[in-house]
Design a protein around this ligand. Structure first.
Ligand code: URA
Ligand code: SF4
Length: 300
């Protein structure tokens, strides 16, 4: 799809969502919240459902949880408009109650169609309802910060999912804030790994824009290395940090499934390494070859 086709298709889905009556949430919503961000992104964040602020503004993650999400996105050098943000249900459950199974089922086709259009490399799940959509049966406390392939039936035909807690949960339990920052710091590497796992674009529909390198259509057989990545930059953040830490840190999860293991290994840490909390940040440019139509935030 061209950038124009993608934004047109997303706009049509959003129009349907705004007038949708497929479930009871239509009767209590102020405004439906289809989603927003870059139609050309490779990274989609999926939350649970709109809260009060979102219901009033028609935009996802604009309250306190949204401010924390923005902060997290910023910590890896990305901006909100570089990614796409949406929810499992597009209308607010009254009183912020959990969405009901039949509401999620009624709304699922919208998320599926959005993912078909966006064709992301990486889906970031926020909270347990989003987790349930992309990693059925998984427990958030066990899988947060880990990555695994996404069932193409979700609409994301060649993606991996990273599980994160919900930012609202982190606002209630401050120890989760650090956990979320830590999980977020692994996401640029997760994107690199997720890209490497995607098949080459079909020859009759090159995804690469005119500025893409000529080898962009080659299958990527090996795990990500700087030479194989068609991305603009991969540089360690010039932190005052004494030691460029765990690029190679093992995941602390008891059952990490295909954990995010940065390939951009820093040199082996010295024996006397003390500060293990400092993570190396990769500067990874999202979708450099999708020739975005615009750099502006798009509401859908
Ligand atoms: N919580 C969510 O899950 N989604 C939003 O859009 C806002 C808060
Ligand atoms: Fe339609 Fe989804 Fe809103 Fe229900 S939650 S009315 S299915 S858009």
């Amino acid at each position: 799809m061209t950038p124009e086709e993608r934004s047109g298709a997303l706009a049509r889905i959003a129009d349907e969502v705004r007038t949708c009556q497929r479930c009871r949430l239509a009767t209590t919503r102020t405004r439906a919240v289809p989603g927003e961000g870059s139609p050309d992104t490779e990274v989609v964040f999926v939350g649970e459902g709109p809260g009060q602020n979102e219901d009033q503004q028609g935009r996802p993650f604009v309250g306190a949880a949204g401010r924390f999400l923005d902060e997290l996105i910023t910590t890896v050098g990305w901006r909100r408009r570089d990614v796409f943000i949406t929810n499992v249900v597009k209308c607010r459950p009254p009183g912020n109650r959990d969405p009901e199974p039949d509401e999620m089922a009624a709304c699922a086709p919208y998320l599926r169609r959005q993912l078909e259009v966006l064709d992301p490399a990486l889906v970031v799940t926020l909270g347990r309802f989003s987790l349930g959509t992309f990693m059925p049966g998984a427990k958030i406390s066990q899988v947060h910060g880990t990555i695994r392939p996404v069932d193409p039936g979700t609409g994301a035909r060649a993606a991996r999912a990273v599980a994160m807690y919900h930012p609202a949960a982190a606002l209630r339990a401050t120890n989760l804030k650090e956990t979320m920052r830590d999980d977020m710091s692994r996401i640029p590497q997760a994107l690199i790994d997720a890209r490497a796992a995607r098949p080459a674009p079909e020859a009759d529909e090159p995804a690469a824009g005119p500025t893409a390198p000529p080898d962009a259509l080659e299958p990527i057989a090996e795990p990500a290395t700087p030479e194989l990545q068609p991305i603009a930059e991969l540089v360690p953040t010039p932190e005052p940090a004494p030691v460029p830490e765990p690029a190679t840190a093992p995941m602390t999860d008891p059952i990490p499934v295909d954990p995010i293991e940065p390939e951009m290994a820093a040199p082996d840490p010295p024996e006397d390494l003390e500060d293990l909390d400092q993570l190396t940040t990769l500067e990874v440019v999202i979708a450099p070859d999708r020739s975005p139509e615009t750099d502006q935030m798009r509401l859908f």
